[in-house]
Design a protein around this ligand. Structure first.
Ligand code: MN
Length: 286
């Protein structure tokens, strides 16, 4: 199932070039009071929501996909974990360009581990990216995003995929420079997730998906998840060996070679086998 959030927090199911408005399915979610449990409420209750969606499907209002504004399919992750240089050719391009990629950030993923991006940086493709420091280099990074479905604490790699709710495309936007990644990659709108969540049952093997990112019609990144240095189950196991992953937490699995700058006015087109494609416009922050 392809589940999206659109316009003013409407809930939809994607069918071809249409969206079925199944917002009413959210009424099955429990009504909560302070202090709320950690995690995204919709993702935590996804099986129940999907059941309700099946009931609503036949009578649902249909709207053209092209007419809506797509938001992040996950509304409230507790965190966004992200893998640095997890494709060998991206490590090589970074090592070859010390001027752009600060030397102390370019080390093997096995040494540096996984970093966190602020959850406040999360947007959907329809919201676009707002550049705050236009005088510096702001790069696109296309990545496979894994959305955690169940609370996950110290899970072994062989069971890790059981905890995945689904997959989406991520653009991990990055300001280049000397600051910590957690600052440079946490600017508001610098984590784009979309165009929707494809539930895990539709992607039995996330480690053989080809993907591509273009800017203004020019292809910049083109790779396949089979070339990940550390695989998806191992990444989940590694994260959860340090901290608990909650429903809705997002894991960005790393970007391949071909990262490059974008500027206000640019249009990013990101597409992923098994997921879909999304357009993201770049503007100057107000
Ligand atoms: Mn990245």
């Amino acid at each position: 199932m392809r589940i999206c959030r659109f316009n003013e927090d409407r809930l939809g199911v994607v069918e071809g070039d249409e969206i079925l408005d199944v917002s009413e399915a959210a009424t099955v979610l429990p009504v909560l009071r302070w202090p709320l449990p950690r995690g995204d409420l919709l993702i935590a209750n996804l099986p129940r929501v999907m059941e309700e969606i099946e009931h609503l499907r036949a009578g649902a209002r249909r709207v053209p996909l092209s007419s809506v504004r797509l938001l992040s399919p996950v509304a409230n992750p507790t965190k966004i974990a992200a893998a640095p240089v997890n494709y060998l050719k991206h490590l090589q391009e970074a090592e070859a360009d010390a001027e752009t990629f600060a030397r102390h950030h370019v080390r093997k993923i096995e040494e540096v581990g996984i970093f966190l991006k602020a959850s406040s940086s999360l947007v959907g493709p329809g919201e676009g990216v707002a550049i705050r420091f236009p005088d510096r280099r702001n790069d696109h990074e296309i990545e496979l995003a894994v959305v955690i479905g169940r609370t996950c604490d110290r899970v072994p790699a062989e069971h890790a995929l059981d905890y995945v709710a689904g997959y989406a495309i991520a653009v991990d936007m990055t300001l280049r420079g000397p600051e910590e990644r957690s600052m440079r990659k946490s600017i508001d709108s610098y984590s784009v997730l979309g165009p929707w969540l494809v539930t895990a049952d539709e992607i039995p093997d996330p480690a053989r998906l080809s993907f591509e990112l273009g800017v203004n019609g020019e292809v910049r990144q083109n790779a396949n998840t089979r070339d990940l240095v550390i695989g998806i189950p191992q990444l989940i196991a590694w994260c959860s060996s340090f901290y608990t992953l909650y429903p809705g937490d997002v894991l960005m699995t790393g970007t391949p070679e071909g990262v490059g700058p974008v500027a206000p006015g640019d249009r990013i087109l990101a597409s992923f086998e098994g997921i879909g494609r999304m357009e993201v416009t770049v503007r100057a922050a107000e």
